[in-house]
Every structure is written in C-alpha cells, then in structure tokens.
Design a protein around this ligand. Sequence first.
Ligand SMILES: *[C@@H]1O[C@H](CO)[C@@H](O)[C@H](O)[C@H]1NC(C)=O
Ligand SMILES: *[C@@H]1O[C@H](CO)[C@@H](O)[C@H](O)[C@H]1NC(C)=O
Ligand SMILES: *[C@@H]1O[C@H](CO)[C@@H](O)[C@H](O)[C@H]1NC(C)=O
Ligand SMILES: *[C@@H]1O[C@H](CO)[C@@H](O)[C@H](O)[C@H]1NC(C)=O
Ligand SMILES: *[C@@H]1O[C@H](CO)[C@@H](O)[C@H](O)[C@H]1NC(C)=O
Ligand SMILES: *[C@@H]1O[C@H](CO)[C@@H](O)[C@H](O)[C@H]1NC(C)=O
Ligand SMILES: *[C@@H]1O[C@H](CO)[C@@H](O)[C@H](O)[C@H]1NC(C)=O
Ligand SMILES: *[C@@H]1O[C@H](CO)[C@@H](O)[C@H](O)[C@H]1NC(C)=O
Ligand SMILES: *[C@@H]1O[C@H](CO)[C@@H](O)[C@H](O)[C@H]1NC(C)=O
Length: 411
Amino acid sequence: MQGTDYLAVFCKCCVLIAVVFWFTVNNLKAPSNIKQFRAHSSLHDRNISLHIRNTVSTSNSISSTKRLKEFKMNYEKEPSNRNFSAEMRNRKSGTRYLIAWYQPPDFGNFKESTVRLQNCQYNNCALTTNKSLLSQSDVLLFYHSTMPRIPPNRTKYDQKWCFVTYESPYNVNRLYNASEWKNKFDWTMTYRQDSDVFSPYSVVKARKGISRNNYSDIFKEKTNDIVWVVSHCDTVSKRERYVNEMQKIINIDILGGCGKSRCSGSYLNCRRRLSKRYKFYLSFENSLCTDYLTEKVFHVYGESVNMVPIVRGAPNHKQYLPNGTYISTSDFKSPIELANYLKNLSFSEERYLSYLKEKDRYLSLYDYIPINEFGLCNLCKNLNQNVTKSFRKMDLETWIWKDQCHIPTDL
Ligand SMILES: *[C@@H]1O[C@H](CO)[C@@H](O)[C@H](O)[C@H]1NC(C)=O
Ligand SMILES: *[C@@H]1O[C@H](CO)[C@@H](O)[C@H](O)[C@H]1NC(C)=O
Ligand SMILES: *[C@@H]1O[C@H](CO)[C@@H](O)[C@H](O)[C@H]1NC(C)=O
Ligand SMILES: *[C@@H]1O[C@H](CO)[C@@H](O)[C@H](O)[C@H]1NC(C)=O
Ligand SMILES: *[C@@H]1O[C@H](CO)[C@@H](O)[C@H](O)[C@H]1NC(C)=O
Ligand SMILES: *[C@@H]1O[C@H](CO)[C@@H](O)[C@H](O)[C@H]1NC(C)=O
Ligand SMILES: *[C@@H]1O[C@H](CO)[C@@H](O)[C@H](O)[C@H]1NC(C)=O
Ligand SMILES: *[C@@H]1O[C@H](CO)[C@@H](O)[C@H](O)[C@H]1NC(C)=O
Ligand SMILES: *[C@@H]1O[C@H](CO)[C@@H](O)[C@H](O)[C@H]1NC(C)=O
C-alpha cells in the first residue's frame, strides 16, 4: 500500500467513526420534553403484542452518558471478539437459539452488533453473520436480494429457513422464484402481519407525560406548508402524479433525488430540521399494499419531528397509526380535495395544532433499521414456542402477491 492509500483508508475510518458516533448520539439523546413512555402500541387493537420489554422506558430512564457507555459496551467490542458458544451457555434459561444471516442485506448495518436481542420477551436468542456458524444455527435468514441463486445444502435437519424481505411485491427480487428454491422456506419474515415472523418497519407507541412544547411558537415558526423528500420518481403508486395535482392548489417543496436539493444529515435529523419550517410531510409510499408502511411515515413520529404526516400507502394504515395524528389521502376523493383541505387547515392554528398535539402523544420505536429487534424478537418467540407452521406448503410467489396491492383509484 502506498502512502496515499493509507491516507484514504485513514480518512474512511475517520468518516465511519464520525458517522457511527453521530448516529449513536442522535439516537441515544434523551427526549427533552417528554418524561415517560407507556408500553402500549396502536397495534394492540388487533392483539399484536409487543414482544419488547420496556425498550423505550428503560432506555429513557437512564442518562445519555450512561446510555452511551452502555452502547459502547454492547456494540463497540463486537463482532470479532464475540464468543457465541460462551454467550449462549451463559444465558439463564435452558434452551438457546442461534439465528444467522446467510448473507446480510446489501444496505444498512445488519451485524449482530446493531441488534440487542437481550431486550426481547424471550432473551435466549443470538444473531450472527459469522459464516462458520451457519451449520449450527437454528435459523438461517435469507434476504430476498442477497440470497444465493442455488440453495445451500441443509446441514442441520431441524434448521428453519426464513425468507426475509422488506419490499413491497413490486420490488422483491425474484431470486426465490428459481425452481431450485421451490419449497425450501419454512418461514417468512416481512412487514406483513400474516408473515410467520411479523417485522414491521417500526411501531408507534403511546407515551405518558405531557409535552412541554410551546405550540404557538412552533406554529409561528412554520413559514411553509408541505415538504416531500423523495428519490424514486416513477412509482406504481403514481404518487408523483398525485403530488402534481395537489400542486395546482398548494405549494409543495420537493427535496431529494427527484427534487431541487438534497436533505443533508441523517434521515431523522433531516426531518427534524424540515419540521421547523414545514407544517406537513408527505409520507407517500411507492406502492399501495396491505401493511406496507415504511420509515417514510414512521420517521414523522420520531422524537422532535413536529410535522403532520400525510399518509398514502397501506390501505389498513389505521391499524398502525393513531387516529387524529395524521391525514390520509384515502379520506379524500381527489388530490384537489385534499389540497383544499390542507390549505384551509394550514391557516387555522388551532385546528392544525390539534393534529400535532395528538401526534406528540406517540413515538416511533425505531429509526433507521427496518430489520430491527421487533422482528427478531418475534422470531425468537417463534423458536421458543416451537412454532412449526410450515411455509413449505405454500407457493411463495402466490403468497407474495395474493390480495396485497392495488393501483390508485383516486387519480
Ligand atoms: C391476545 O392473544 C393472546 C394469546 O395470543 C390471548 O391469550 C389473549 O386473550 C388475546 N387478547 C385479546 C384481547 O384478544
Ligand atoms: C466465527 O466463528 C468461528 C467459530 O466459532 C470463530 O472461530 C471465528 O473467530 C468467528 N469469526 C469471527 C469473525 O468472529
Ligand atoms: C469460547 O468460550 C468457550 C467457553 O468459555 C471456550 O471453550 C472457547 O474456546 C471460546 N472460543 C473462542 C473462539 O474463544
Ligand atoms: C450439495 O451437495 C451435493 C452433493 O453432496 C453437491 O454436489 C452440491 O455441490 C452441494 N451444493 C452446494 C450448494 O454446496
Ligand atoms: C416464477 O416462476 C414461475 C414458474 O416457475 C413462472 O411462471 C413465473 O412467471 C415466475 N415469476 C416471476 C416473477 O419471475
Ligand atoms: C409560548 O411562548 C411565548 C413567547 O415566545 C409566550 O408568550 C407564551 O406565553 C408561551 N406559551 C406557553 C403556553 O407557554
Ligand atoms: C378520528 O378523529 C377524528 C378527529 O380527529 C374524529 O372526528 C373521528 O371520529 C375519529 N375516529 C375514530 C374512529 O375515533
Ligand atoms: C375551512 O374550514 C372551516 C372549518 O372546518 C370551514 O368552516 C370553512 O368553510 C373552510 N373553508 C374553506 C375555504 O374550505
Ligand atoms: C418446545 O420444545 C422443547 C423441546 O422439545 C420443549 O422442551 C419445550 O417445552 C417446548 N416448548 C413449548 C412452549 O411447547
């Protein structure tokens, strides 16, 4: 390696460390204006229980410094010096399970070091990306876009093979459709409630305590109406057309790949910054499919994001989002009707703030990583409860599409 190469590597490391540190600090920062959280999910209506024990309240009750320290202990020494055989044996209950990524997804960070399965209701599972542990793992996770073209040979007879995707049917990689993969999967893990392992992008939880926000100040600072951050400009949901229509009535600033400029900073921090100026955020998904709600909507429920989301995506979004905290395009006959409603709403401090105040009673549990503890905790629960429901009986292609998506009917 030459000197310049060392320099380049050094710079990359610096950037990486800075990003990790910044991400850490931003995610661990104690909410400033709200004290405690109640373990309650809007999903409870449908009796989908949260399999996370006090995740929010626990981490919120300790100081940022302590949390950073805990983070360092839990995250930084990993993964290279982690000894799973020791770790698994040290767990309290009898049975232990190992979950392995056959090949982690090609985005984000899916290393074992980023998920903390010790917070799960069943805390006897561990996640690994170590290839040499594949043969002894209880579950192999195959991500739709990184799975091999030909399945590997099974080395453990009761090993569960789990198909994982976070994309809507339109965007799932069709690698699974190769004849060699037929009937290979035992489980599916997706954002869908009818997956063997339910793994939503996030969960909106109610929180206890009163917000100390000065709402009239917040409202006064807002000089603009609607913002949209978007980089996928041509979609099956035709959201771009919907927005075009709205723009005939109301101003919409577009950022991201399809817009005038980028929104710098982390996903969440970009939203926080925009929410100082804008009243509404367009949470428009690229497809209209059951349960398909992504970070586009959940981020608006992030700490200190003071915008009202306008939701267009899963037809059953009401199961996920508390009433009165958002505006849904499905409640309007046309984009013009919605735009008129918003224009009116943006002039009325009281009516606008009633949405914002209601939204402040809730919080999104996860920020960036869709493949989060929630799903992996559910997976761990399946293992502990000896769930055997076999996916092999079904045809994956049929399951992925059947009764899931629709094309827009309001354009
Ligand atoms: C929710 O599900 C659990 C077990 O899955 C069951 O014991 C409980 O009675 C259910 N609660 C409601 C309100 O349906
Ligand atoms: C992977 O696991 C094997 C067997 O336990 C171990 O020898 C090896 O050090 C691990 N590799 C990493 C990168 O942790
Ligand atoms: C992991 O821990 C076990 C028990 O403590 C020990 O026997 C084994 O050698 C350790 N493996 C590694 C790779 O350090
Ligand atoms: C599986 O095993 C067969 C026979 O032992 C071998 O021919 C084949 O290459 C193996 N497949 C993979 C993906 O390793
Ligand atoms: C999947 O495979 C089946 C046959 O095995 C084929 O009919 C179908 O068109 C394939 N679908 C896709 C999306 O490739
Ligand atoms: C909000 O702040 C303004 C000054 O910026 C103050 O006049 C007003 O009383 C405050 N409202 C509340 C509810 O604290
Ligand atoms: C939802 O909230 C709106 C006001 O924001 C109210 O008019 C409506 O009745 C509520 N619907 C349900 C099902 O609670
Ligand atoms: C604005 O909303 C108020 C309250 O719902 C309503 O009375 C008024 O007619 C609306 N104005 C327009 C222009 O839609
Ligand atoms: C699951 O199976 C194991 C081993 O057969 C058994 O010890 C355990 O009690 C079972 N758990 C449940 C919840 O049935």
